[in-house]
Design a protein around this ligand. Structure first.
Ligand code: SF4
Ligand code: MSK
Length: 636
């Protein structure tokens, strides 16, 4: 069959954005494009990491004429402290998200709003953590009792007084030994964040090495801690994702339906909204108003979460959040946590859109705040859906413009699904079902050259989505499988690269693998919290290959990252022994020592480091060269 698929180009995506931004001008609304222009040129001290405001003797800014702050801290100390604070904020974000989910598991009830959907995963975790499956007299324990005890053990990971964290022991022995040897195995999530904040307080650490080491330890507390907890417990509560065919881009908004957009990261809120929107009560209420139906769609990582569990369609990624409102077709946008522009409150007032915040973590002036708790989940969700339906009549048809652009996408490839699909490969010499060995054999044979995890955000510093697109296309041509999460996965969705037909964009080897495995060449692994899934994937490949994590031709890449979560993620990927290719420079370039530490220094400690280029074509060449160098070192 020939390649007849029409992919969406960056230029087509940009044309939609341009038309929507023009509509913002028409209603005198401001967008991020305006604000990015107003923020030019960025402060060089902040950009290069050499501004310190950690005490009120400052702020101190390092220049050739003033090479030290008032306390004597130099550019290396200041940049390293700022960097560690970013890692700590990122770790806190993912981990606090996980803490909330653990509380939801703790309160889950058989007849409650939240139930345990993946009992097998819960039982596996209970066994891993020595939680008894039977009572003292040998009877089977109720699954909800097991869930509560697992939740308590999970919550201990945040603040245990003694010992060390549990999930890092999922890593292969070589990694565990290294984390112990380098003394970067995290003790507890909160402990590492507090230690980091303490070290960076005025009058403490000024040694970049000590600060970098704490950064690695804090990041492991995220990737092999908070994020992994978030992912595991979300799967237990809402089900481990399975493969769905869905659609992505703003064309998923509907003219003749109530459009309810969910945005953020924590699926607890959006799951309830999806359930409420599908309830007979709300479907009937919608019909009673003469409206065709309720169209729940997602933005950013909330979109990834519900697409993988319900097939809910995805309206777009980070820098499209304002575009959704600018269509004039959104009755309600409900947000939970992280990556939410405060600007949405103001913008929504230029249209009929109701903007609802739901978490004490993300309070935004001008929003309708409806605090969301497990005990009132369905009641609140139903009220919100009803309010969205009621708001449909306020839509001004003259202000509606929904871009037609959308693509079909196959999503939902957690490690469990990847292994299941690997079992379809029959032409390898491996018979072993339920392992990564078929993938290892395909890499050894050169059919696949390697794999790249493309992750992260959009960033107005670069042409939005362009770097993701250029890098992914080139990797596919070179027989390199791509796994994606977060807003990078959304770009792949919008482009059409999550469609199985995208195999025609690949080299012959990857195309063959896609056919045998019945997968698209870009595997959607979830939200940014799910990069922990990618760590388990890399770990499983190294384990089944019998080599070190540093040796496998698998790397990470964040072409357009912007958030502190991304700084933490990049560090835990490096801690796991994998190189990370960055398209945006971390804000430490004012320190030669810090630039050396993040590119070469960590490599000496963990085997992984950053390779940075703001040119996506250079970056992808670096990635391909890096993968080929790993192959050569393995003698394959
Ligand atoms: Fe200046 Fe030192 Fe205070 Fe930072 S901690 S603001 S460098 S005096
Ligand atoms: S939503 S952290 S912009 S990936 Fe996870 Fe996207 Fe980055 Fe937020």
């Amino acid at each position: 069959m020939a390649d007849v698929r029409k992919f969406t180009t960056i230029e087509e995506m940009e044309a939609d954005t341009k038309a929507l931004v023009q509509r913002a001008c028409d209603v005198c609304a401001e967008t991020w494009q305006d604000r990015a222009e107003m923020q030019k040129n960025h402060c060089k001290f902040g950009e290069t990491g050499v501004c310190c405001r950690n005490c009120s003797m400052g702020p101190c800014r390092i220049t050739p004429k003033a090479p030290r702050g008032i306390c004597g801290a130099d550019e290396h100390a200041i940049a390293a402290r700022n960097y560690l604070r970013s890692i700590s904020a990122g770790t806190s974000s993912h981990s606090d998200h996980a803490r909330e989910i653990l509380h939801v598991l703790h309160s889950a009830k058989r007849d409650g709003a939240y139930q345990i959907r993946d009992e097998q995963k819960l039982i596996r975790l209970a066994v891993e953590w020595d939680v008894a499956l039977r009572t003292a007299d040998g009877a089977e324990r109720d699954i909800y009792d097991i869930g509560r005890e697992v939740a308590e053990k999970g919550l201990e990971e945040f603040g245990k007084a003694f010992g060390e964290m549990r999930f890092p022991s999922r890593a292969i022995q070589e990694r565990q030994d290294l984390w112990h040897k380098e003394d970067i195995w995290p003790r507890a999530i909160d402990r590492e964040v507090v230690t980091a904040m303490h070290m960076t307080h005025m009058g403490n650490s000024a040694d970049p090495e000590a600060l970098i080491r704490q950064g690695l330890r804090t990041s492991i507390a995220n990737g092999w801690g908070g994020s992994m907890l978030g992912t595991e417990i979300t799967d237990i509560l809402f089900g481990t994702p399975t493969v769905w065919t869905t659609e992505g881009n703003l064309g998923v908004l509907e003219h003749d339906m109530v459009n309810l957009v969910v945005h953020g990261h924590d699926p607890v809120f959006s799951e309830a909204l999806v359930m409420a929107a599908e309830s007979k009560e709300m479907v009937d209420y919608c019909k009673s108003k003469g409206i065709k139906g309720i169209n729940v769609v997602g933005l950013c990582c909330t979109a990834n979460e519900i697409a993988m569990r319900h097939g809910v369609r995805m309206a777009g990624n980070f820098l499209q959040q304002e575009n959704a409102i600018l269509t004039g077709a959104v009755e309600m946008m409900c947000v939970d946590i992280q990556c939410i522009f405060p600007a949405l409150a103001q913008l929504s007032k230029c249209f009929h859109t109701k903007f609802v915040t739901s978490s004490p973590i993300a309070r935004i002036p001008g929003s309708d705040y409806v605090e969301f708790k497990p005990e009132n989940a369905m009641e609140n969700a139903t009220q919100l859906v009803r309010a969205a339906i009621d708001n449909y009549e306020n839509r001004n048809p003259e202000r509606v413009w929904i871009p037609a652009t959308k693509q079909t996408a196959t999503v939902g490839y957690p490690t469990e699904q990847i292994i299941r699909h690997l079992d379809n490969i029959t032409n390898s010499n491996v018979d072993e079902l339920g392992s990564y060995k078929p993938a290892v054999e395909a890499i050894k044979a050169g059919v696949l050259r390697g794999a790249v995890a493309i992750v992260g955000c959009n960033n107005p510093r670069v042409r939005p989505d362009y770097s993701h697109y250029e890098i992914i296309k080139e990797l596919l041509k070179n027989d390199i499988l791509v796994v994606a999460t977060g807003c990078a996965a959304q770009l792949a969705t919008k482009a059409g690269l999550l469609n199985k037909e995208a195999r025609y964009q690949c080299g012959d080897g990857l195309k063959r693998v896609c056919e045998l495995m019945d997968i698209p060449p870009v595997l959607h692994m979830g939200a940014c919290v799910d990069i922990s899934r990618m760590m388990l994937l890399a770990n499983g490949i190294a384990r089944d290959w019998g080599v070190k994590l540093t040796e496998i031709p698998v790397v990470g890449c964040a072409p357009e990252w912007m958030s502190e979560k991304a700084v933490s993620i990049a560090n835990y990927v490096v801690s796991t022994g994998l190189d990370v290719y960055l398209g945006i420079e971390p804000q430490v370039s004012g320190s030669t020592q810090m630039m050396e530490w993040i590119t070469e220094g960590t490599r000496k400690l963990t085997g992984g480091g950053f390779i940075i280029s703001t040119d996506p074509h250079v970056l992808v060449k670096n990635i391909i060269d890096g993968i080929e160098a790993k192959r050569e070192a393995l003698g394959i």
